[in-house]
Design a protein around this ligand. Sequence first.
Ligand code: GDD
Ligand code: MN
Length: 377
Amino acid sequence: MNEAIRPGSENVRQTMGLPTLSIVVPTFNERDNVAKLYRKLEAVLGEVAWEVVFVDDNSPDGTWSIVRDLARQDGRVRCVRRVGRRGLSGACIEGILASSAPYAAVMDADLQHDEAQLPKMLSLLTSGQAELVVGSRYVEGGSADSFDSKRAGFSVFATSIAKRVLGVGIADPMSGFFMIRRDRFEELAPKLSTQGFKILLDVVATAHGELKTVEVPFTFGSRLHGESKLDSMVALDFLGLVLAKFTNDVVSLRFLLFAMVGGTGLVVHLGTLFIALEVLGWPFPEAQAAGAFVAMTSNFILNNFLTYRDQRLKGFAILGGLLAFYLVCSVGLFANVGVAFSVYDQEPIWWLAGAAGALMGVVWNYAMSGLFVWRKR
Ligand code: GDD
Ligand code: MN
């Protein structure tokens, strides 16, 4: 093959109009911001061959249709409309993987990230000085003045935890603004979590210090239109990520939450049993059955709101899910008792047998619930 037309060579990229830089913008209800961001990119990127990939999770405000209109006028604009899914990190990952440009940037749609930094970030990558460039609020010259004090406090606190627990070496691992070599990202992608918000932290923690990283300061601006999608659950997302990375993906936050909900189920069970026996005067077998029934129901509700909130069942699906959950837990009870018996048979230590049975039960319930109740669509 002629050297000059070897795929991927810079000459070919330029003559065929292939992008060098792909800017990935996750969006959810950003209809008033996307066109403005597009114009800013156009103004600031000048000579660079770029494209922008908006990844929209089927926004109710129709952001995706605005992006489609833009894309019909300018081939550099692309729209990935995802249905049945939500999540900032997952959207960014899919956006980067949808591109074949050698460099990919991630930024918010709401103009809080300073697009004027993009050329400098790109030149740090093309010159080989860095494989990852982070737009940082916490290095000299950067700032996050637009944060209220509560959020600023949490951000600083979370950053220090991430640094200590995960040994992350950069000043602003929570930033949502960065640029990376796509080949390096591609290596890491299968190990990244698609849940949550903290994609950069995930990238840096997963790379274990193997990415040559440079931080450039920028001022985190105020949101133009619309409102932030980060709610109080980001704290939970963050803890989940730290836990998963710290234990090398052995323990997930989901499993811990599931087990904790199981613990509340025990309390609910005993409470119901007490009321049925002492207040209602039911016979023991009926009271015990009622306790199990109420506990399973409350476990289901809690899991649906907490453990599986990103895949929450709604409407009619709740009923089907609840029935499947009863079934899963009933079989789990047999597994629990079976294991407890066989342990007790070999080693008649009541607490060891009981704990082994309970562990078996929770692992079973967790695995089967993931398959049959809150299965990924
Ligand atoms: N596709 C998709 N799906 N996009 C989403 C989702 C989602 O579920 N949730 C949020 N987005 C988009 C928003 O539309 C926006 O363009 C961008 O992701 C960031 O969301 P914001 O709601 O604007 O977040 P923020 O400004 O409060 O937080 C930013 O700063 C944090 C630093 O403290 C983000 O950049 C965070 O990633 C960053 O950690
Ligand atoms: Mn924002």
